[in-house]
Write a protein that binds this ligand. Structure first.
Ligand code: C2E
Ligand code: CA
Ligand code: CA
Ligand code: CA
Length: 278
């Protein structure tokens, strides 16, 4: 009887108000952070699982808050998506990553394939392909070395997505499906879309190799990627046992704390020496 009518509303109200306030605070903070350039891009190496050589980097955004320190994307990307700030933030991340990639190339650091996350809202924006094309032109970063990571939810708007993916492919950009296995996907879609890579979500990797369900799911996804001739990256590899299991199943690439945490570009190359880079 406690949770009825007005009482129920009262019960939830303080929490809702608090959350609305927090969201407003984050939104205002994000606007200020954009103006003052308080964002940073960190780069996490992607390695080939057979010999651990670095084949590229994933760009991951962070918010350097003057008082609260470094804030992770899970805390602010959802708000940025809701209020539309994801478009300018995403554009800034893309430009920064491509500038960095062009700089690495100029300094003679190979490899420099760079992956950038693209949110549903960015992908759905009318000028998305135009934005990507102009960032590539302005930074001089080669399209063939850029990989865009989209989630399965993007594929729900299939007609629009197909059109955008094809336009990006025409530019020479590679497409990866991120967090694969956690969202909606139609396997036939995968077959018909020009996708280059599947990224198996960290939630399936975490309890490998002992969790039988996760082992079966991982095996199935890797099998699927072989059948469809897609490249495959496993996220969140933290142990040698996970690495061994994934490698034996034929997963080519991986990312995780076992190899390297995301870091500022300046921390990746020390004294012109790369940390495991060519
Ligand atoms: P994601 O794309 O799935 O990125 C992988 C996340 O796993 C990153 O968290 C990375 O730091 C973390 N990670 C990597 N290896 C390990 C590991 O071995 N163990 C553990 N526990 N975690 C690991 P991060 O940087 O906090 O990013 C979280 C999510 O925020 C990303 O998930 C992505 O969905 C989103 N995100 C990050 N940067 C951007 C961006 O520029 N644009 C958009 N739209 N989303 C972004
Ligand atoms: Ca990603
Ligand atoms: Ca993930
Ligand atoms: Ca994600």
């Amino acid at each position: 009887a406690k949770a009825r009518g007005r009482n129920r509303y009262c019960f939830y109200a303080p929490d809702m108000a608090e959350r609305a306030l927090e969201r407003m605070t984050i939104e205002q903070g994000l606007r200020r952070a954009l103006e003052r350039q308080h964002f940073e891009v960190h780069y996490q190496p992607v390695v080939a699982l057979d010999d651990r050589r670095v084949i590229g980097f994933e760009a991951l955004v962070r918010w350097r808050h003057p008082e609260r320190g470094l804030i992770g994307p899970d805390r602010f990307i959802p708000v940025a998506e809701e209020c539309g700030l994801i478009e300018p933030i995403g554009r800034w991340v893309l430009r920064t990553a491509c500038e960095q990639g062009a700089k690495w190339l100029a300094e003679g650091h190979a490899p420099s394939q760079i992956a950038v996350n693209v949110s549903v809202r960015q992908f759905g924006a009318e000028d998305f392909v135009y934005t990507v094309r102009s960032v590539l032109a302005e930074t001089g970063f080669p399209a063939a070395q850029l990989e865009l990571e989209i989630t399965e939810s993007v594929l729900q708007e299939i007609e629009h997505s197909q059109h955008v993916i094809e336009a990006l492919k025409t530019l020479g950009i590679r497409i990866a499906i991120d967090d694969f296995g956690t969202g909606f996907s139609s396997l036939s879609l995968l077959k018909h879309l020009p996708i280059d890579r599947l990224k198996i979500d960290r939630s399936f990797v975490r309890d490998l190799p002992h969790d039988a369900n996760d082992a079966a799911i991982t095996r199935a996804i890797i099998g699927l990627s072989h059948t469809l001739e897609l490249e495959m990256t496993a996220e969140g590899i933290e142990t040698e046992a996970q690495l061994e299991f994934l490698r034996e199943l034929g997963c080519q690439c991986g990312q995780g704390y076992l190899f390297a945490r995301p870091a500022l570009a300046t921390a990746l190359f020390v004294d012109g020496q790369s940390k495991g880079l060519n």
